[in-house]
Every structure is written in C-alpha cells, then in structure tokens.
Design a protein around this ligand. Structure first.
Ligand code: ZN
Length: 409
C-alpha cells in the first residue's frame, strides 16, 4: 500500500503539485461527481436541520439528529460529550494524528423562535439556514462523498458538530474539546466550516473580551443622606476615563460600552451601578493592553478620593475569545492556497471571530472556510442561502481535507 501524502515535510513536491495529483485521482473525481449530483438531497438535509431549534445552550435535539446522520454514514465511535459536542471518526481504528473537521450546531435564535424553512427556486430561507445549517450539511456531504468514493485519507479524520459558537456560548464547545487531551494531543490541524461562500478563509482570529463592572455603596435618601458615596458617579468617572483610551488603527482595536444599569429612583442614592463593556483586537497584545487600561480606569475611580472606604467595585469577565493568527508559513495555509489556485478561486484572507480562535490560540493549525453557495441575513429571521454552485465550496473542502491528510491508494 502506498500512501500519497504529498504535503508531508519529507516530500519534495510542492503543495501545489500535491493538490494537483490528488485532484487527478479517479476516486476524487467520483467524489466530486457525488457532490455535484446530490444537491437535492443536501437541500433536504439542510431544511430538516434548520427546522430543529438550537438556541445557545439548547443544541441537544440537533445533536441527536447529527448522531443519527453520522451513524448512517458509517462513521465510527459516534457519540456526544458532556457538553453536547457530537463526534464521528472516519476510520474504525483510533489512531493519531488526526485532522478535525467541525461545524457549529447552535444558532443565535432563542427557544420559541418560529423556524419553518422554505425553498424558492435555488434559494432556501429560514433562521440559521446558512449559519450554520449549511456548514453542518457541508461536513456531512464531504464525509458522505469520502465513503461513497471509497477514498481513504492517510490519517484519521474526526467530524465534529460542536455547541456554543454564537454569542454567550463563548466558544464553550471548542474550549471543551481542546481541554481534553484525547483531542488536543492528537489533532494535527483543523478545518472549521461556518456559513456560506467559497472565496475567503479566516486565518486570523479576532479576539474579544467582555466585562461587567459594578460599583456598590451604602445607598440612602437623596436629601437626608446627602454626601453618601454614589456608585453611579463612580461608574461614570471610570467610564469617562476609559473612553479616553487610545487604540491603534492597526492592528485594529476597538471598544464599546454597550449596557448601563443602576439606581432605583430619582430621590434615592443608588446602592449599585454597572456597565457592560466589549473590547476587541486583532492582536493579543493590544487586547491585553486595552484590558489593563480598562482595569486601571475602574481602579482609579474606585480607590481614589474620600469615598473609597465606603464603596466597593468588581469586574466580572462575561466573554473571552482569544486573538491569534496562523503563521504565514503554516502548512494549512499553503494547502488552502494551493486548493484555491487549483480551483481558480481568488480567495481573500479574513479576520473574524470563529470556533478556530480556540485551536489557533493553542498554537494549532486551524482555518475557517465557508460551505459554498451564497448566503445573507445571518442572525436575522430573513436569513437565506443560495444553493447555486454549492458544489464548488464542497469540492474545495474535500480537496483541502485530503491535502491535509494525504490519500492511501
Ligand atoms: Zn456561524
């Protein structure tokens, strides 16, 4: 048995030559054919999936659906972990290294949102139809194509439907996966499939940190207790100071004070006041600096002046997505570029916050790509997915995966 793993470090062929050779394999042609021909079935999967509610922290029903699909495709070791991530291995025997392919199961839509996807011509409509029903279907389509074409990746492949990508989910699915040595130690690289499109890749993870700051005091009557420390005043001082923070344009770094709460009535000295703040940066160092600037502003307001003795303050972290970026020499970057060159795709590198933030922040090779087709209205009830040329995106994922694993012949 020869192993065609043209992209391994010991091989003298370039990534481009490697991808070209893989794309010429008869079995790859037949996988491409399958991805083209099964479009109608993919649509059925996608609408079925989008009709199953998957609010943040409520992905279990979708997880069940995916487990049945994984088992139906003949994947091995199909199971869900403690938080609801669903796994299926391509090979029967467990071995390392492995390449992971993931798509998030959750949506932003709260429980009770009317779903009911519908089809009009080549377009599908419904909340979550693109982000990320399209991604989950792409993962299934690629796994199915590998099986049908009897392709044998030279390394183990694990397919993962993960929880907790959106909003307050705070990437908890990915965090849980890579806190487990079984996956952390064995995973060589990872393809994250999210949303529509086939002409970008996310190689740079946008970091964010979110905090809730609260000031507390004894409170009192506005007339009889005049002079008692006022937490709203302290909060206002802290925020006014922090809003003067200087941030670089490049690497782009931003902040927002998005929510403010406090007080009970106009004639009461408040007992507490709080605000929610969102900090973002393309650079982990800048994010760190901005956080320090924020903490400093809060400390200065809370510890300076005569009120300090009678008040307290605290900062709670309510969100943390690490910033990170792939090294320009990363193997996975060479592979995706070779695939795109082979397919005539002029792709653009993007900066975004995705599930790949976690593996990237751990120093692993990871990249986020779309599932083909086109989409829009993400995170709204008017979300749509255009299935035209979806197969281009699916072939791109398949080739990238085989470029990472190599092929046994
Ligand atoms: Zn998404």
């Amino acid at each position: 048995m020869s192993v065609r793993s043209p992209l391994s470090e010991t091989d003298s062929t370039t990534p481009q030559q490697g991808i070209t050779r893989i794309a010429e394999l008869r079995s790859v042609h037949s996988a491409f054919q399958y991805l083209h021909n099964q479009e109608m079935e993919f649509r059925r999967w996608q609408m079925e999936l989008a009709d199953i509610p998957a609010p943040p922290f409520g992905e279990a029903a979708r997880g069940e659906w995916l487990k049945h699909r994984f088992a139906g495709l003949g994947l091995h070791g199909v199971h869900a972990d403690e938080v609801g991530n669903v796994f299926g291995l391509f090979d029967k025997d467990e071995h390392a290294p492995l390449v992971a392919v993931s798509a998030h199961l959750d949506t932003v839509f709260p429980q009770g949102t009317p779903l009911g996807s519908r089809e009009e011509g080549n377009k599908l409509y419904g909340p979550g139809i693109s982000d990320n029903a399209a991604g989950v279907v792409a993962m299934l389509a690629v796994a199915s194509a590998l099986k049908r074409a009897e392709l044998r990746p030279a390394t183990q492949v694990v397919f993962i439907g993960n929880v907790g990508e959106e909003g307050e989910g705070n990437l908890r699915g990915m965090r849980h996966i890579f806190a487990n040595p079984r996956w952390r130690d064995a995973t060589a690289s990872m393809l994250v499939i999210d949303g529509a499109g086939a002409d970008t890749y996310v190689s740079h993870a946008l970091g964010s940190r979110r905090f809730e700051v609260t000031f507390r005091g004894p409170g009192g009557h506005s007339w009889s207790d005049f002079g008692v420390p006022n937490p709203i005043v302290l909060l206002a001082r802290a925020l006014a100071d922090f809003s003067q923070a200087e941030v670089p344009e490049s690497p782009r770094t931003t902040f927002n004070i998005g929510v403010i709460h406090g007080g009970t009535s106009v004639n009461s000295i408040p007992e507490s006041a709080s605000a929610r703040v969102d900090l973002r940066s393309a650079s982990p160092q800048e994010l760190e600096k901005l956080e320090e600037r924020f903490r400093e502003a809060v400390r200065a307001a809370g510890t300076g002046g005569p009120w300090a003795q009678r008040t307290s303050f605290e900062i709670e972290t309510i969100g943390d997505r690490p910033a990170a970026m792939l090294s320009p020499e990363a193997h996975i970057l060479q592979v995706i570029r070779a695939v795109d060159a082979h397919m005539g795709i002029k792709s653009i590198a993007r900066l975004a916050s995705t599930d790949a933030n976690i593996p990237l922040s751990l120093g692993m090779d990871a990249i986020t790509i779309g599932s083909g087709g086109d989409g829009g209205g993400a995170h709204t009830l008017r979300e749509w997915f255009d299935c035209m040329h979806r197969d281009l995106g699916l072939k791109r994922i398949l080739l990238a995966l085989l470029g990472l694993t190599g092929v046994r012949e």
